[in-house]
Design a protein. Structure first.
Length: 90
């Protein structure tokens, strides 16, 4: 966060985490079925972490559920974008 002068916010943390999960997922998928399992577990733990952080921030449950849906859409779009960009530069 400091290196790239990102704000210390939940959203900035999520964007950095999303990129990190994508990078690890790409590497894991090269390992066959075990890699797919690892990728799936990584994503499960990421969402558990997201939920815990939202609870610690005392985001009300109704707003938290709405935010989780929005973050889910952003996550899927981000993964597709990263895949497309990596395909274009390789």
């Amino acid at each position: 966060m400091t290196e790239f002068d990102l704000p210390d916010t939940f959203h900035a943390w999520f964007l950095v985490t999303e990129l990190h999960v994508w990078m690890l997922s790409c590497r894991a998928m090269k390992e066959g079925p075990e890699g797919k399992f690892l990728r799936n577990q990584l994503i499960i733990f990421m969402w558990q972490d997201v939920q815990e952080r939202l609870k610690k921030l005392k985001v009300p449950i109704k707003e938290r559920n709405k935010l989780l849906l929005e973050l889910g859409s952003q996550f899927r779009a981000g993964i597709i974008m990263y895949d497309e960009v990596s395909f274009m530069i390789s």
